[in-house]
Design a protein around this ligand. Structure first.
Ligand code: A3P
Length: 307
C-alpha cells in the first residue's frame, strides 16, 4: 500500500500514483538502485549489451535519453520538462514513444514502482553497493549540491551520516521519500532467485567487470563474443567513463540542483571500494556497525566493505 501522493526528491514532486500506474511492456528492462550504488555505470553498460557493443550508436545520445529515469520522466513537474532540454533530451521526450526493448532506471523503493512490473514479469537488474561507500558517495553529492547553491551543507561527514542512517528527508538530500538503504536492498535480495531479477553487487563489478557483463548478457538473453565483452568492459571502465563527456552528462537532480558535472562529477567520482575508511571516524563506524547488525539480522546478505 502506498499512502503518499508525491515523494519529494531534489525539489521535484514525484507523483507516486502516476508512477505506480505506469504502463510497462513485458520486454522492458528496469535498472533499480539505491542512489549512488552504480546507476550511471549500469546505464552505460546495459544499452551496449543489448546492441551488441555498438558504441557508435550510443555515443551521441545523452544517457537520460537512452535510459530514462522513470520517476522524473513520468512525473508532470514543469521544471523536469525544462531540464530535459539542458540534458540534451527532447522536451517532448515520451517513454511511450521509445522503441522496445526499453531500458528504464529508477531509484524508487519497490513499493513505489509500477505495479505492472510484477504482473508482466519485466526483467529487473538491481545494483547494490555496500552502504558505507554509498553513504560517502551520497555525502559528496549533497555537498556538491549545497556548494553550488552557496549554502553551508553538512559541517562534517559524521553529521551527514546521522541523516543517512535515519533517511532524514532533507530537501536537498539524495534519499528518496525517506527510504532506508536496508529496505531498498533487502527487498530485492529476498527476490534474487526470481527468474526476472538479477541482483548485482557494485563490488563484484569492480573485481570482475567482464564476468559481470557476461552475467548481464546471459540474463538479458543476448549472446556476445568475447571481443565484444572486452570492448564493452573497456568502454565502461572507470577511467574511460571519467573521460567520456556524454557519460558525465547525466541526471536531472544534478541539473536541478546546479551541480557542475565537469568539476569532479558526483556520478563518476572516485569509483572505489572501501573509500569510506577515509571518512568514517571510529565512533561513526561503531555506530554504523551496530545499526547494520540489526538491519541485516534476519538476512543472509553479505556486503563487501573492502576488497
Ligand atoms: P563514488 O562517489 O564513490 O566515486 P550513481 O551512478 O548510482 O549515482 O553512483 C555513483 C557512484 O558510482 C560514484 O561513486 C561513481 O564514481 C561510481 N561509478 C560510476 N561509474 C563507475 C565505473 N565505471 N566504475 C566504478 N565506479 C563507477
Amino acid at each position: 500500500m502506498v499512502d503518499a501522493e508525491t515523494i519529494a526528491n531534489c525539489g521535484f514532486d514525484l507523483q507516486v500514483n502516476k508512477i505506480r500506474r505506469f504502463q510497462v511492456r513485458s520486454d522492458d528492462i528496469f535498472i533499480v538502485t539505491y542512489p549512488k550504488s552504480g546507476t550511471t555505470w549500469m546505464k552505460e553498460l546495459v544499452p551496449l549489451v543489448i546492441n551488441g557493443g555498438d558504441i557508435d550508436s550510443i555515443k551521441d545520445t545523452p544517457p537520460d535519453a537512452r535510459v530514462p529515469h522513470l520517476e522524473f520522466t513520468v512525473s508532470d513537474d514543469p521544471l523536469l520538462k525544462h531540464l530535459q532540454a539542458t540534458l540534451g533530451v527532447n522536451e517532448d521526450f515520451d517513454l511511450n514513444k521509445m522503441v522496445s526493448p526499453r531500458t528504464i532506471v529508477s531509484h524508487l523503493e519497490a513499493k513505489y514502482l509500477p505495479q505492472q512490473i510484477e504482473e508482466k514479469k519485466c526483467k529487473v537488474i538491481y545494483v547494490s553497493r555496500n552502504p558505507k561507500d554509498v553513504a560517502v558517495s551520497c555525502f559528496h553529492f549533497v555537498q556538491a549540491v549545497t556548494s553550488s547553491r552557496s549554502s553551508p551543507g553538512y559541517e562534517s561527514f559524521s553529521a551527514f551520516l546521522l541523516d543517512f542512517i535515519s533517511a532524514k528527508n532533507d530537501a536537498q538530500c539524495v534519499i528518496y521519500g525517506g527510504s532506508l538503504w536496508k529496505d531498498h536492498v533487502l527487498h530485492w535480495w529476498s527476490r534474487r532467485h526470481d527468474s526476472n531479477v538479477l541482483f548485482m553487487f557494485y563490488e563484484d563489478m569492480k573485481q570482475d567487470l567482464i564476468g559481470n557483463i557476461r552475467k548481464v548478457a546471459e540474463f538479458l538473453e543476448v549472446k556476445l563474443d568475447d571481443n565484444v565483452v572486452d570492448k564493452i568492459a573497456d568502454h565502461c571502465s572507470f577511467d574511460s567513463m571519467k573521460k567520456n563527456p556524454m557519460a558525465l552528462k547525466s541526471d536531472y537532480c544534478s541539473q536541478r540542483l546546479k551541480v557542475n558535472p565537469t568539476q569532479d562529477s558526483p556520478f563518476v567520482r572516485k569509483g572505489k571500494v572501501g573509500g569510506w575508511k577515509n571518512y568514517f571516524t571510529v565512533a561513526d563506524n561503531e555506530l554504523f556497525d551496530s545499526l547494520y547488525k540489526v538491519w541485516i539480522k534476519d538476512s543472509d546478505l553479505k556486503m563487501q566493505f573492502d576488497l
